[in-house]
Design a protein around this ligand. Structure first.
Ligand SMILES: *[C@@H]1O[C@H](CO)[C@@H](O)[C@H](O)[C@H]1NC(C)=O
Length: 521
């Protein structure tokens, strides 16, 4: 008996993947990006892999096989040497202005990383990696690290489907159902669909013909002594062995994906809720009329809300029978109604998991959104930028959410939407249904991501899962060569026929002409 247990344990031990050397490249300084992606690196280390992480965020007490290469931390505003604007001004940005900002961040990231001592030292060291994982967010020059170490490239995104990645990786674009990641309008109506096509084509064009050539220049300036020949960034992007997307068909539009495009929605929130702090537990337990929880995430600070909008919130919250928990960073607020509790910070996963929580009010950032979906709580979204609009539109389509645009925040609109969401039971029913289907899969998001990364390591880049279309040129990819062949085959008999006919026709014509000439003479 004991022997068999030992054998079983040995067997289990042997089946653990061999520890691999992994480089995880996360140089972007957005806290929400790091929160979404850090678990992947830490968990790879927990499973025995030797992980090197390039990041501006330091992890305290990581596992010993988790090595941090620190780069400078700068917010986008410091990048652009600008004051941090009121974040809600983004809701007034045009699409092209917003894209321009993102491209700028992409360019500046190069300088930031290449001026970081730890990174430069790391580049001098002798390393071998089995795989290089890069965040998919305006940091294409760093894909060259995969080439430097002659390792397969894995891309991982904090959001879902990305048009550019589809384009470079030759995944079908599906402009009719797949939405541009930063599209703002409801993508189901004709205007929204037009807008989606416009955003997608604008971004693809600018990315390919303006942004990538510039990044290529930066890449050549900063990366030296690479193995020759050096592939283009576009080739590298298309050649990724794996694209891991933080989306899932149970909550997003189902779309067709090549086998190396894998949905791992919920990379960051597999943790079970811990115990709530005692005082909060008490507040939540006692709130038998229910709880409304409002938190606008790490980018949006509550102090960005204008005075009249804030007053509208406080006024309408005060009218509710529910208890309201509100994340608020500013101490100066007075005259707060009795049922409203302000704190600088709430343990979000734990709060939304409490059965008394009836509604979450957030900005539609994917991390808090997925945590709330997981907990089966309806969502009222006040989107600001990036994928937040799309995320909230999905909850509207799914029936577990509603949107209140920043410009429409006032007492009347707030009262109407809150009353609707707190009394109409369908929101909660849908939220529970969606929570169940979101969790119902063979493996959770993090385990799925790790399984596929180890698969790519085991198969040395798994080139066989990449589409053969990557090798096609423009004519071949759009089947224009086939079209030409079809045209040629179809036209050939016609041409022959036409030749023959014209051969016969030409004689009488000549005769006629001759006759006419004779007549004139
Ligand atoms: C594409 O990736 C594979 C490994 O997955 C590698 O062997 C090959 O050299 C890469 N090609 C280019 C052009 O980078």
């Amino acid at each position: 008996m004991i022997l068999s247990i030992v054998l079983v344990m040995l067997g289990a031990f042997c089946s653990i993947a061999e520890p691999a050397k992994i480089l995880y490249v996360l140089p972007f300084g957005g806290p929400s990006h790091y929160i979404a992606l850090k678990d992947l690196g830490l968990e790879l280390a927990n499973r025995g892999h030797e992980v090197h992480v390039i990041t501006p965020f330091r992890e305290n007490n990581p596992p010993p096989n988790y090595h941090q290469i620190m780069v400078q931390k700068k917010s986008p505003w410091e990048f652009l040497s600008q004051e941090r604007p009121n974040i809600f001004t983004f809701t007034e940005y045009s699409f092209s202005k917003y894209m321009g900002l993102l491209y700028q961040i992409g360019y500046m990231l190069n300088e930031l990383v290449f001026e970081s001592d730890e990174f430069l030292k790391f580049m001098q060291e002798d390393h071998k990696f089995d795989v290089v994982i890069n965040e998919l967010f305006y940091q294409e020059p760093f894909y060259l690290l995969a080439h430097k170490y002659q390792a397969p490239l894995v891309l991982v995104s904090t959001f879902g489907n990305s048009m550019k990645t589809n384009f470079y990786g030759k995944n079908p674009l599906q402009l009719n159902v797949a939405n541009h990641e930063w599209a703002v309008f409801d993508p189901t109506g004709v205007v929204g669909r037009f807008w989606n096509v416009y955003c997608s084509l604008y971004d693809l064009f600018m990315h390919k013909f303006v942004y990538m050539p510039k990044q290529e220049e930066y890449a050549r300036k900063y990366f030296k002594d690479l193995p020759q020949p050096v592939p283009s960034l576009e080739e590298l992007a298309g050649n990724a062995s794996l694209v891991l997307m933080n989306s899932h068909f149970s909550i997003d539009n189902p779309t067709a994906y090549l086998p190396n495009f894998v949905e791992v929605g919920g990379l960051n929130h597999v943790k079970k809720p811990k115990a709530l702090p005692k005082d909060l537990q008490e507040i939540l337990d006692k709130a038998t009329n229910g709880v409304v929880f409002m938190s606008l995430g790490s980018n949006v600070q509550s102090t960005d809300l204008s005075k009249d909008k804030l007053e509208a919130f406080i006024k309408v919250f005060g009218e509710l029978k529910e208890t309201v928990l509100m994340k608020w960073e500013d101490d100066t607020l007075t005259n707060i109604p009795k049922n409203v509790i302000l704190r600088k910070w709430f343990p979000q996963i734990e709060v939304v998991a409490h059965p008394n929580v009836k509604l979450f009010i957030g900005h539609g950032g994917l991390i808090s959104l997925l945590e709330t979906i997981n907990a089966g709580v309806p969502i009222l979204g006040i989107p600001v930028f990036a994928d937040q609009y799309l995320n909230i539109h999905s909850t509207i389509q799914n029936g577990n959410g509603a949107m209140l645009e920043h410009k429409n925040i006032n007492e009347h609109n707030l009262r109407t939407i809150l009353n609707k969401m707190l009394t109409d039971k369908r929101y909660k029913e849908k939220a529970l249904e969606i929570s169940t289907r979101f969790k119902d899969r063979p493996m959770n998001g993090l385990d799925t991501a790790i399984w596929w990364i180890e698969y790519v390591i085991r198969h040395k880049g798994a080139d066989f899962i990449k589409t053969p279309a990557l090798k096609f040129n423009f004519l071949q990819y759009y089947m224009l060569d086939v079209l030409l062949l079809v045209l040629a085959v179809a036209l050939a008999p016609l041409i022959v026929l036409w030749k023959i006919v014209s051969l016969f026709k030409s004689k009488p014509v000549k005769k006629n002409v001759e006759k006419k000439k004779q007549k004139r003479n």
